[in-house]
Design a binder for this molecule. Sequence first.
Ligand code: A3P
Length: 301
Amino acid sequence: VPIKRDLSKRHLNVPEYFAKNVDRILNFEGRDDDTYVVTQPKCGTTWMLETAWLVLNDFDFEKGSTTILQDRAPYLEFNTNNKRFESKMNTLNILKELKSPRLIKSHLSASVLPTDLWKKKSKVIYVARNVKDAFVSAYHFWTGIGVISISIEEYAEMFLNDRSILHPFWEHSLEFYEMRNEPNIYFTSYERMSKDLRTVIKDLCVFLGKPIPDEIILDEAERHLSFESMKNSLAGKLLQEAENSNNDFFIKNSLKEKFEFLRKGKVGSFKKELSEDIIRKFDEWEERKLKVAGVTREELY
Ligand code: A3P
């Protein structure tokens, strides 16, 4: 095992659909050429999956804008009876049938990702995001698909106490940050993607062993990956529809009419949504956690 992992750190607040399948996921049969995109929810998973998919698939813009991302990059631990998966029952079976090289989405922390990932040195792309935007995005998402029905202040209390789904927040990102120099890990952030997507694309080409394409393709890739085109393409519409159907899985009929999966797509959108009091609590929390870890905000995101 190339990377030291503490298996006692199964500290994740996992939803039932994962907990039921923990052993099947740990024993999931990996392949040497698997690529994982690992994130916490709402930290840029979809954006990075689309970016990595393009790099792995010779920048096939046509397929990327017309076929649903969930089929191109299945969600490892989402073993559900969700309508979309009825025919095949669960994503582990879908992944088994998927052609190599596979692109796999996961929100799991290092300790509960499949053992094969570490043995076979599959590649992992990790995306971190600043905590306040991640929080605001998560609030709208969980509310939108009907998982929670509480005020933003109440959700802040949950989040700040690591009682939100798939937390603890800091430990998740910091664990991968510590592994950032491992040859099979590429660590980046939503903020870096927003600031300089081109560099991230080029880095990924190197990381995934692909040639860096010419400038014209890179221009097209940036257009393809823009918030507007990912939201408005056929693939974007299919993605939205599939996310809406989460609602059948969680709480029926609570879907807000205007739930938008690609919501704002900005850095700093928390400023318009959070009170000074909540901002202060998040800043204090962040400062305390990063100080203990000896990491600066800029290093992390
Ligand atoms: P906001 O809610 O702040 O808009 P995830 O894919 O991990 O669920 O993350 C979702 C967040 O990424 C949402 O953030 C969404 O709008 C943003 N996002 C998705 N695609 C994007 C893109 N192409 N450009 C910028 N942001 C994007």
